[in-house]
Design a protein around this ligand. Structure first.
Ligand code: AHR
Length: 329
């Protein structure tokens, strides 16, 4: 950060601290922070994962004494671009965002760069060859998540052919079209099953990472195909929607149709422990503390790694049942 920007930011922050204290709460005055302002553009509130992620970021900001300006883009890229431009005008210290889709960010990231405001990508990355447009990317390895889901199916393929025709007919509920986790989880899964001639993905459609989306897509899959063996859903919410559609069709999820999902939020873990989901690959939404730590380092001019990968695991039924009571989200 240039000294000019530090002066501009501190002038802005001093006045915002005054306004906040006059309002009687929040920001650095309430939490004893150093006046750092972080503008964060969230994707939306499409899933249980997203809600947990928002709670983690808001809680960690308040804990760290960082003045968080938060906006919900309702899953629209244009809203995220607008929010980022507003943060640039407000001269925040750091901008962080979770990009709803991978492409189309270079112009607004160039604007942030020209304004000397560092950008932290959280959860999802952007498709760019210019790494100078962001300071760091904190989030999961979505390709690895897809590989884990596919590996489980390969390892359990002997018991996965519920229609007993020797072929495993998989349908895929994809995340938001163009989103990094949708692209990467599809890629990783395909990579893992590639050498298995008996496993084939017969249908793949987006359910937009929502429960309703998953339910609707699964209903249409079931209307046109009675021989589905496995559902691979890119998140728990779509898997939970698929369960509703499967039960409404008179079938038993986890028995007539096996279900693999990603996330491991509480509702998903409950369904796994109840035997309605067969396997969950974890995607950890609790990124708040690491994001605040990176924000402070970036503001202090410290070097940060270009990529911070979130640590994650996987859950079988027994493992879900064992941790369910202590699951925070
Ligand atoms: O980017 C993370 C993904 O977005 C989560 O898996 C999904 O639930 C969310 O909506």
């Amino acid at each position: 950060m240039t000294s000019k920007r530090v002066v501009a930011a501190s002038t802005f922050l001093m006045s915002s601290a005054l306004i906040l204290s006059a309002c009687g709460g929040g920001g650095d005055s309430a939490s004893g922070g150093d006046g750092t302002v972080l503008g964060f553009s969230q994707v939306g509130a499409e899933s249980g994962w997203r809600t947990a992620n928002t709670t983690s970021i808001q809680g960690a900001a308040s804990e760290a004494g960082i003045d968080l300006k938060f906006s919900d883009a309702q899953q629209k890229q244009e809203n995220q671009i607008k929010a980022i431009r507003t943060y640039i005008q407000q001269k925040v210290d750091v901008i962080a965002f979770s990009p709803v889709v991978e492409t189309g960010w270079e112009p607004v990231l160039q604007e942030a760069k020209r304004a000397n405001i560092p950008v932290i990508l959280t959860d999802r990355s952007v498709d760019t060859t210019d790494e100078s447009l962001y300071a760091t990317f904190l989030g999961s390895d979505f390709v690895a998540e897809g590989v884990k889901a596919g590996d489980w199916l390969v390892e359990n393929s002997a018991t996965s052919d519920v229609n007993a025709d020797g072929r495993i007919n998989v349908v895929e509920l994809e995340g938001t079209t163009g989103a990094a986790p949708a692209i990467d989880r599809a890629e990783g899964f395909r990579e893992a099953i590639a050498a298995q001639p008996t496993i084939a993905i017969s249908k793949s459609q987006t359910g937009d990472f929502t429960r309703d989306g998953g339910k609707q897509v699964m209903e249409s899959f079931l209307n046109s195909d009675k021989a589905i063996d496995v559902v691979y859903a890119h998140n728990d919410d779509m898997g939970l929607g698929a369960i509703e559609a499967i039960e409404a069709a008179g079938l038993v999820p986890g028995k007539d149709i096996k279900i693999i999902t990603v996330d491991a939020v509480k509702d998903g873990m409950q369904a796994l422990a109840d035997g309605k989901i067969d396997y969950i690959v974890e995607c950890n939404p609790l990124l708040g503390p690491q994001l605040m730590d990176l924000t402070k380092k970036v503001v202090a001019g410290e070097e940060v790694p270009k990529r911070v990968v979130t640590e994650e695991t996987t859950f079988t039924r027994d493992q879900a049942a064992a941790v369910l009571a202590d699951r925070q989200y």
